[in-house]
Design a protein. Structure first.
Ligand SMILES: Nc1nc2c(c(=O)[nH]1)N[C@H]1C(S)=C(S)[C@@H](COP(=O)(O)OP(=O)(O)OC[C@H]3O[C@@H](n4cnc5c(=O)[nH]c(N)nc54)[C@H](O)[C@@H]3O)O[C@H]1N2
Ligand SMILES: Nc1nc2c(c(=O)[nH]1)N[C@H]1C(S)=C(S)[C@@H](COP(=O)(O)OP(=O)(O)OC[C@H]3O[C@@H](n4cnc5c(=O)[nH]c(N)nc54)[C@H](O)[C@@H]3O)O[C@H]1N2
Ligand SMILES: [Mo]
Length: 666
């Protein structure tokens, strides 16, 4: 700090997991915080909707106008269910993203948002199988003898795991990437398996086929700690290497080799991530892979097992934070169907139309699927839109009011994690820039203006942090406010490494790893692991595939965090949106490196610059994301082509289950 200004940002070298280094984006957090375009005052729309014309206003004017309009809607015949909050990952802190905001909307009686956009398919898949979205501890990785980086671009999306992968490698572990794209992560592995998108469950079942056929399973673990081993064995019998090869596009001998390596390993670490569940069968894919370590008994040992997330280990007092009991019964609107919710007279789910949208911690115009429908909704003259933001994003351009929010340098918060087991405290380092306010404060002020008088709407941020830690759960023992103030972080009350299922103890209804799931049968799903094809699986939709033969993956660009950081010059580096095309696919279309191309399907189109290379499997194209539309050539990004369909479990998005055609732009 110098004269109240932050001058340097760094990681904590004493942190056992992050070890003092920052990812490419957060390294630039100061540049972003002090960016000349930071919003520093409330803004009132003056031009037509979407024109991006605003004038400065005072907080009093803004709060009065918003309170009056929200109250008018709540008291109209539509009622408060016509108000929809929209938030997700801008900050995942509990204070600024899952407490005062929730209390405010609960007490108001607004529609509830089903926050599915990232992880729900896999989360439910894990729940059905091992009981919760918990898994192997990354700190055990150095002890593993085989590492599968399966549907994870670790170096980009989870770089803090990498030193642990390296140590496993130094200790002799083979490291394999399973991904349709040879990402920078796959490039660093011993091997890249370029699987066809959306076919991972078939590969996992093929591995089980070989493991059972060759007697590589752990019969003792199966007998003691699993449910339905005989049925799984029968099911796996159907997935012969030949059949799996034709589904996954992986040669038979490679499937056999992978299966044998897995079956012979003592403690294979399977890092799956959310990329592989962004397909129709995403829940089933995660569930099927999650069965593997129970088949081979790898859960017994440190370094063995599967990890999708560690988040369900964090037992914060969510009820105290969110106060769900303050909400009258109401409707639930799935955030990935925002386009539909804003353009149907019953919001797509019954009840009143959405008349007010309050957006914070999210940029739905850019990140939600099927953006053309989202934009038609945001353009509605009768929709009242309020956006709490750091910057004038694609979404903020459609607002009636934009309110300046603080960054992590400027406010309090407390964070869980999804790749490790440490709680982090976020203390303000600098005063808010300009007139920016924390989300929590904005909702407190708005509640007061609207006459919502509940004491829960008056708690300050430090009180909220204390409430979050007020948990009787064993794993939270020792994670106190004082400990966090002293050290900045605190490990959950778990051994290092944490080996959760060495002796079973799965938090499922049966207490076992459930190969057969009665809950899934009740949901109308196949109770056993199975391959569920993508909606847009070329051989199942020949007519569509004739017009749109390529599968588009729009996973994160290394330098962006979803749509955050796209406006930071040192990270965008004058780059343009890129589309990676396999040389044979490019040749067929007359596409050459550097050529401008259009990516399209029936839902929409966007433009990019072609990169031609074999770092993507034939039939797949990669458009690193998520670009701001207004910083893209034709003001559109990959979500112009994605659909609002839902995954098999958890109502999640299918961003990468998306057929397109790519052609040279005229
Ligand atoms: N730099 C950076 N880091 C991030 C983010 C970011 O935007 N930028 N976002 C954060 C967030 S919110 C999330 S959810 C995570 C996302 O990070 P991940 O959970 O790792 O998910 P993705 O990056 O979407 O996809 C990971 C890999 O899966 C591959 N993939 C796609 N479909 C399939 C498939 O069917 N099978 C297999 N085997 N692989 C497939 C993709 O090609 C990609 O390389 O990262 C977090 N970290
Ligand atoms: N095509 C495609 N679409 C995707 C994905 C993909 O891989 N491909 N990934 C999906 C995934 S995994 C996710 S998680 C979502 C993420 O989508 P979002 O949840 O929208 O996340 P971001 O794009 O990072 O946008 C967050 C916004 O919140 C703002 N923000 C940050 N901190 C604060 C704060 O404290 N207060 C306020 N008021 N605002 C703040 C930032 O300035 C930013 O504009 O996108 C999804 N969309
Ligand atoms: Mo995400």
């Amino acid at each position: 700090m110098e004269h109240g200004r932050a001058t340097r940002i760094q990681g904590d070298p004493g942190h056992p997991f992050t070890q003092g280094f920052l990812c490419a984006k957060v390294n630039r957090y100061l540049e972003r915080t002090y960016h000349r375009d930071r919003l520093t005052t409330p803004l009132r729309r003056v031009g037509p909707k979407g024109s991006g014309q605003f004038e400065r206003a005072t907080w009093d004017e803004a709060l009065d106008a918003i309170a009056a309009r929200l109250n008018a809607i709540a008291q109209s015949s539509d009622g408060p269910q016509a108000i929809l909050p929209y938030s997700y990952a801008g900050t995942m802190g509990l204070v600024q993203g899952a407490s005062m905001d929730r209390r405010f909307f609960n007490l108001l009686g607004a529609s509830q948002l089903d926050r599915t956009i990232c992880s729900m398919a896999g989360t439910v898949g894990m729940k059905m199988t091992i009981g919760a979205n918990t898994g192997a501890d990354g700190e055990g990785l150095p002890q593993s003898d085989l590492v599968l980086l399966w549907g994870t671009n670790t170096l980009t999306a989870n770089p803090h795991l990498w030193p642990f992968v390296r140590r496993a490698h130094e200790n002799g572990a083979r490291v394999v990437a399973i991904d349709p794209i040879r990402t920078r992560t796959a490039d660093q592995c011993d091997e890249w398996i370029g699987i066809r998108p959306g076919t991972d469950a078939a590969l996992a079942l093929g591995m089980m086929h070989v493991i059972f056929a060759e007697g590589l399973e752990d019969d003792d673990y199966l007998a003691r700690y699993t449910l339905g081993a005989a049925e799984l064995r029968e099911r796996a019998r159907e997935y012969t290497p030949a059949r799996v090869a034709s589904i996954t596009g992986i040669a038979e001998d490679r499937i056999m080799d992978l299966a044998r390596a897995y079956g012979r390993a003592k403690a294979a670490f399977v890092r799956i991530n959310y990329g592989l569940q962004r397909h129709a069968g995403g829940g089933m894919a995660v569930r099927t892979i999650a069965c593997l370590p129970a088949v081979t008994g790898h859960w017994r040992r440190a370094g063995g097992g599967v990890q999708l997330s560690t988040s369900a280990n964090f037992q914060f007092n969510r009820k105290a934070l969110e106060r769900p009991e303050l909400s009258p019964p109401g409707r639930l609107i799935n955030m990935i169907r925002l386009g539909e919710a804003l353009t149907r007279s019953d919001a797509g789910v019954g009840g009143p139309p959405v008349k007010a949208l309050v957006v914070y911690n999210s940029n739905p115009a850019a990140v939600a699927p099927d953006s053309n429908e989202v934009l038609r909704g945001l353009a509605r003259e009768d929709l009242f839109t309020v956006v709490l933001e750091h910057f004038q994003t694609d979404t903020a351009d459609w607002a009636d009011w934009v309110l300046p929010a603080t960054t992590q340098l400027e406010h309090w918060d407390v964070h869980y994690a999804y790749g490790h087991l440490y709680v982090t405290l976020n203390r303000p380092a600098i005063a808010p820039l300009g007139e920016a306010k924390p989300n929590s404060e904005i909702f407190r002020l708005l509640a007061a203006r609207m006459g919502l008088k509940h004491p829960a709407l008056q708690d300050d941020d430090v009180t909220i942090i204390r409430q979050s830690l007020d948990s009787t759960h064993e794993k939270m023992k020792g994670v106190t406010f004082d400990a966090l103030m002293a050290n900045g972080w605190a490990r959950l009350n778990l051994p290092v490494p944490y080996v959760p299922f060495a002796e079973g103890g799965f938090p499922t209804p049966s207490g076992k790893c459930e190969f057969v799931s009665e809950r899934m049968r009740e949901m109308g799903l196949d109770p056993l692991p199975a391959f569920t094809p993508p909606y847009e699986f070329p051989e199942n939709v020949p007519e569509l595939a004739a017009r749109f033969p390529l599968t588009l993956i729009s996973s994160p660009r290394h330098q962006f965090l979803n749509s955050t950081f796209v406006n930071v010059e040192s990270l965008r580096r004058n780059a343009e949106p890129e589309v990676l095309v396999h040389p044979r696919d490019a040749a067929r279309r007359g596409i050459a490196e550097g050529m401008r191309v259009v990516v399209e399907n029936d839902r929409g189109h966007f433009t990019g610059v072609a990169k031609v290379g074999d770092a993507v499997r034939e039939g797949v194209v990669w458009a690193p994301s998520i670009w701001w539309m207004k910083l893209s050539p034709d003001h559109a990004n990959a979500n112009a082509t994605t659909s609002q369909r839902e995954t098999d479990m958890g109502h999640g998005p299918v961003f990468y289950d998306n057929l397109v055609e790519v052609s040279p732009a005229d």
